[in-house]
Design a protein. Structure first.
Ligand code: FES
Length: 105
């Protein structure tokens, strides 16, 4: 299995937008902010709700179920950073966005 998996074409997501993806059987939340892409597990570390249905403000995604807030850059729960959602490296090549699926932290 190749670690870098094609996610989307770069022009599919505008700054400040998010998208739910299924990559290698995992649901991934992809966010574009300030021209960079951030990928994290879509599954909230609290009780598994889909983070893609939450509100995104800057780099912070708020879980729709119990309002826990996570930084999409690190996957950290703001109130207790030791609780983290897995995050994945991203890369852009020739207008395509790739996610490194073995990059779990
Ligand atoms: S399931 Fe996300 S905050 Fe509870």
């Amino acid at each position: 299995m190749l670690p870098w998996v094609f996610a989307i074409n770069e022009n599919e997501l505008a700054d400040g937008e998010k998208k739910l993806l299924l990559l290698e059987d995992k649901t991934i939340l992809l966010v574009r902010q300030e021209g960079n892409y951030y990928a994290m597990s879509n599954k909230c570390p609290h009780m598994g709700c889909p983070l893609s249905k939450g509100n995104l403000e800057g780099f912070i995604i708020k879980c729709p179920c119990h309002d826990w807030k996570f930084d999409v850059r690190s996957g950290e729960f703001l109130a207790a950073p030791e609780i983290k959602a897995p995050v994945y490296d991203t890369d852009i090549s020739e207008g395509k966005v790739f996610v490194k699926m073995d990059g779990e932290l």
